[in-house]
Structure formats: structure tokens, C-alpha cells
Design a protein around this ligand. Structure first.
Ligand code: MN
Length: 237
């Protein structure tokens, strides 16, 4: 089963090595997202008990599928080349419609979300990523509480993020389906991981207890995927 991300690894290296390109270097080249949903890399029930099967199925087949479908409609209407990475659109999202902003963000955010979770998740980051976390936040536990607070304090619907920006890890959040790659975002960077704090991501199991959802989410966080993104991004931004 394809995870989507892996097949694009070579492309980033080639682009980075192309010194003669007149195209402006951007922060998003190391990672490329398509306009279609990738297969979910595990079963709907695989993340239980942190996330229940019904929430996963509705989230993936209804909410996320809807963003992907509406993104392709907006892209067709607005003349976007869907063969190019979605990140190209995100970094210039102010040039497009509100529908493009909501659905390009919605699609990108969920594609990332599925990939950085795993039934074999949990534990702690290691190596360079752990070192960078400790440099920035003091300790892994301080990092965790800062990230949890970002998710808990996001009023209404949105996402909390760990990003790499200008040589540093940062934690923040965005409203609705915005993300830190968007030129309109107050919080910027390349996402290493993000948690969906829309009620549709947790309400069936947790009702109003967003904090419990966030604390249990650590058990399914795929640190090796986050570290893979970190390794690819850190030399380029
Ligand atoms: Mn969602």
C-alpha cells in the first residue's frame, strides 16, 4: 500500500540540486502532496482506543474525502495544474478563492494527519529530533505540554502544529483548515506533525473533552514518520 509521501523523496533531492533553476526556492519542495486521497495506511479500527473506528471511518470517507473532492473542483475552476504539488497552491493561497483555501488546507492537513499516526505509534522521539526538541522546549515533557496547550487553546475548529521554520522548531495553531504553509497564516513553517482539533475528529468518543483526546493521541503518534519529515526538511529551510 502506498503512503504517498515516500514516492516523492527523490524529486526533492533533484530539485534541490538543480542550481540553474530560475524558480524561486521555496520551503515546501522537500515534501509534495497530491490532489487525491492516499490510501489510509491502516484499518479504521487500528488506532483504537485513542481514536475509535467509527470516528476514523467517517473522518476519512466523509470529511477528508469531501475536502479532496471540493479541492479538485476548485482547482479545475481556477486553472490549477493538479500535476504539481499542492504545496505550490498553499504558499500562494491568497491568490485563490475561499473554497480553495478551505479545501486545499483541509486536504493537505488530513493527508498529513493520517500519515503521522500509526497503530504502532507512541513512545518518544529519538536522535536529532529529540535533541532539537530539548534545545527548543527544555525537555520532552515541556514540549508535550506546550503542544497540548496549543491544541486545547485553539478556539473553535482548527489544528495544532509542530513546524520547522528558519532553523528552529515551533509550536502553534491555525484556525479552520488553514495551515502554516499558507501565505495568509500568522503561524508559519513546514509542518512536521499536526493534530486535528475539529470536533469531528473526537466528538463521538470524547464529546467535549478535547484535552483527553489530545492526551490519548500521543499513543498513536508515529514518531518515525515525524522524524523522517524532520530529516528531509531541516537541511532545506
Ligand atoms: Mn478533520
Amino acid at each position: 500500500m502506498s503512503l504517498g509521501l515516500g514516492s516523492n523523496l527523490l524529486g526533492s533531492t533533484l530539485i534541490s540540486a538543480c542550481g540553474s533553476s530560475t524558480e524561486k526556492a521555496t520551503i515546501v519542495k522537500p515534501l509534495k502532496t497530491g490532489f487525491n486521497q492516499a490510501d489510509l495506511p491502516y484499518e479504521y479500527a487500528a488506532l483504537a482506543p485513542s481514536i475509535d473506528a467509527m470516528t476514523m471511518e467517517i473522518h476519512h470517507t466523509k470529511h477528508a474525502a469531501g475536502y479532496a473532492k471540493k479541492l479538485r473542483q476548485a482547482a479545475t475552476n481556477e486553472g490549477v495544474d493538479q500535476a504539481k504539488p499542492l504545496e505550490k497552491v498553499l504558499e500562494k493561497i491568497s491568490k485563490y478563492s475561499t473554497s480553495m483555501r478551505n479545501n486545499a488546507g483541509g486536504h493537505y492537513n488530513h493527508e498529513l494527519f493520517w500519515q503521522i499516526m500509526s497503530p504502532n505509534g507512541g513512545g518518544k522521539p529519538e536522535g536529532e529530533l529529540l535533541a532539537a526538541i530539548e534545545v527548543k522546549f527544555g525537555s520532552y515533557n515541556d514540549f508535550k505540554s506546550t503542544f497540548e496547550k496549543a491544541g486545547a487553546d485553539r478556539f473553535g475548529s482548527g489544528w495544532a502544529w509542530l513546524v520547522w521554520n528558519n532553523g528552529s522548531l515551533e509550536i502553534g495553531s491555525t484556525p479552520n483548515q488553514d495551515n502554516p504553509l499558507m501565505d495568509v497564516s500568522d503561524f508559519k513553517g513546514v509542518p512536521l506533525m499536526g493534530i486535528d482539533v475539529w470536533e469531528h475528529a473526537y466528538y463521538l468518543k470524547y464529546q467535549n473533552e478535547r484535552g483527553d483526546y489530545i492526551s490519548n493521541w500521543w499513543d498513536v503518534l508515529n514518531w518515525s514518520k515525524v522524524a523522517e519529515r524532520f530529516d528531509r526538511i531541516k537541511g532545506q529551510v
